[in-house]
Design a protein around this ligand. Structure first.
Ligand code: SF4
Length: 298
């Protein structure tokens, strides 16, 4: 199996750069420069497909156009604004991040990767994405899309976490970080998906794995996430149903049992206990309610 040399890497990078215009997807946050809007989009995209983020992203920013606006909102209201996105812990963390931005950064999103990483719910990928897309910082971003491209097209073998970032950084080189990082993500989304569509891929002639053959290196490579388990019947679905009920107001245990009919008692307890443990739901006076009171003044 080949490993990439400088020449191969340069060919891959050139092919990505050339293909960038036709790889571009029509997504409203692409080209966005407002750091807050970029941060919100990246948090939403962590676990929700892009097509499902478009509507909620606009609505969320209309409602919370600044970190201060989100920091001041009751969590129950924020969870309602998060409707349709799932993984509600992200909404809780984004609000915690907004509070930190108000308290420590004057209500602004900082541009440094380390400062960004200190925010709740912001990992390495999200920090780098905000730095690159909002601030134009020369940092490579490695999400699951990019990680597949790196493992297959550049290395032709599985990559360890540091190797993946090193390859991505070398590939970016002196190129425009906004344009090149976006092209890599788009390439992974359009062609180098979990099931790769190599036929019309712009890297088909330079791809190390396509040339070298062998077992697909992507599933064993760092930063490549496994496809999510089916939503239907999952705890995620039941958590969403419970939150949906509580958006209309507190509920007694009997009301929750009726609303979650079909869920066996032990699992129902686990789902509700999990929401409480995550700080999304509170128990008070024998009832359950969405958590949330204003935290800082607007
Ligand atoms: S040729 Fe296939 S494996 Fe290689 S980068 Fe393109 S889609 Fe991925």
């Amino acid at each position: 199996m080949t490993t990439s040399g400088a020449t191969d890497r340069a060919r891959v990078a050139r092919a990505v750069s050339r293909a960038a215009p036709r790889l571009a997807r029509d997504l409203p946050w692409v080209g966005e420069r407002d750091p807050w809007a970029v941060l919100v989009s990246e948090v939403m995209l962590q676990q929700t497909p892009a097509a499902r983020v478009v509507g909620p992203w606009r609505a969320f920013l209309d409602r919370y156009p600044t970190p201060a606006a989100l920091a001041a909102a009751p969590l129950a209201e924020v969870l309602t604004a998060w409707r349709g996105l799932g993984y509600h812990r992200r909404a809780r963390d984004l609000q915690r991040a907004a509070v930190a931005l108000v308290e420590r950064h004057g209500g602004r999103v900082p541009g440094g990767v380390e400062e960004l990483r200190a925010l709740a719910g912001v990992g390495e990928y999200t920090a780098r994405a905000v730095a690159a897309f909002a601030f134009g910082a020369r940092v490579a971003v490695v999400d699951t899309n990019v990680a597949r491209v790196l493992a297959r097209a550049v290395a032709g073998r599985p990559l360890a976490p540091r190797e993946a970032h090193a390859e991505a950084t070398a590939l970016l080189g002196r190129r425009d970080p906004r344009r090149f990082n976006q092209a890599m993500i788009d390439l992974g989304a359009r062609h180098c998906a979990a099931r790769p569509r190599c036929g019309d891929c712009p890297l088909a002639r330079v791809c190390a794995w396509r040339r070298g053959g062998g077992e697909d290196p992507a599933p064993r490579s760092a930063h490549v996430t496994r496809p999510q388990a089916p939503f239907a019947g999952s705890d995620r679905q039941w958590r969403g149903r419970a939150i949906e009920r509580l958006r209309h107001g507190p509920a007694t245990p009997a009301q929750m049992t009726r609303h979650l009919a079909g869920l066996e008692p032990a699992r129902r307890r686990r789902v509700l206990d999990g929401l409480v443990a995550d700080g999304l739901v509170v128990r008070a006076q024998g009832s359950l309610a969405l958590a949330g009171t204003p935290r800082v003044a607007r």
